[in-house]
Design a protein around this ligand. Sequence first.
Ligand code: ASP
Length: 428
Amino acid sequence: MKLKLHWQIIIGLVGGTLFGIFAAWNHWAGFTQDWIAPFGTIFVNLLKLIAVPLVFSSLVTGIASLADISQLSRMGGKTIGIYLVTTAVAITIGLVLVNVLEPGSLMPPEVGIELQQAYQSNVDEKAASVEIVRERGPLQPLVDIVPTNIVGAASSNRSMLQVVFFSLLFGIGLMLVQTEATATVARFISGMNAVIIKIVDMIMLIAPIGIFALMAGTITAIAGDDLGTILRLLQALGFYSLVVIMGLLLHVVFVYGFIIRFFTPHTLKKFFTGIAPAQLVAFSTSSSAATLPVSFECVEENLGVKKEVSSFVLPIGATINLDGTALYQGVAAVFIAQVLGIPLDFTAQLTIVLTALLASIGAAPVPGAGLIMLVIVLEAIGVPSAGVALILGVDRILDMVRTATNVTGDCTVTVFVDASEKRAEESA
Ligand code: ASP
């Protein structure tokens, strides 16, 4: 009997982790980086390679099959509304935990100073990106949605929202002009979509190997040839990391669990096993954009979501609904303030909710983006942005968990919108 895909991926993930630890232990970090990690990069590149054509072809095919524009605007309103609400809830969970458990006040001041010194150079490297983020006006995220050139937008997975925007326009145009010629265009794009979905299947055949290589590469990249580095970091930042992970778990289990249990026809078991491959790929790639093709496959094939819903809700979610990132930003901002001894009153906490909401929407669905956007939150509450040096050491690990949360959130809302669209159709 053939092992289910998520079990194959879990074996790759556990195997890669063990191999990474073994390699760091035996001073094989160089060998692992040269000969194993590239297979992980190839796997991620393959997923990224098809992300843009997949978003374009499924969105256009999905919209062209809608009854009319009113269905699109109804779906759009619901999607954006629930994305914003779940993100605000995520930040609140993070804030309650970090304020109650106070991980920052437990850190000895000398460890704080040590961490800041050790990671200052990494912060300096990110200074240019931080400066760009700092100079953005309040409406810049809105301006960023509209590209000036579609080829330019399609050339980077960071500009996924621009591709979504163009695809929406194209799909609406195709729905409004119904001639023989446009029917050919629609058939062509629908055929292209079928081919791309087949390519996703083909890429997933090598997922266990790709994920093995990604995990081994990540561990040896963080630890180098000294496993003690990871242990020392976990000692200093273990409690902070635990608070972030606890918040993410609570959000997944209670908020997403509640939505699935009470607003969709699926059982929790069916939902979580259905999306397990997407969660595992998100965990090992730390990129919601690279995971998008897998998310499509999971919700459509395992949970029966209609293409017109998934093609609309998933790519928008990957770019604006980063609940895990938002929760993490809330915890990180308060943690840094606690370590630096800066008191935060209720207004400051409220500011964190608003700015982390915006910062997560603005964060690109790629590794490490949430950390850069954290600067917006820190600036808004008067905490020096150099404080990110404190948490940089464990960022890669937390990125994995928050990306898996982000992807779970996108899949939850997709299944929710699908269920409510089906109910609306039945009662019509
Ligand atoms: N890596 C995250 C994602 O792609 C973004 C972040 O929080 O850094 O979803």
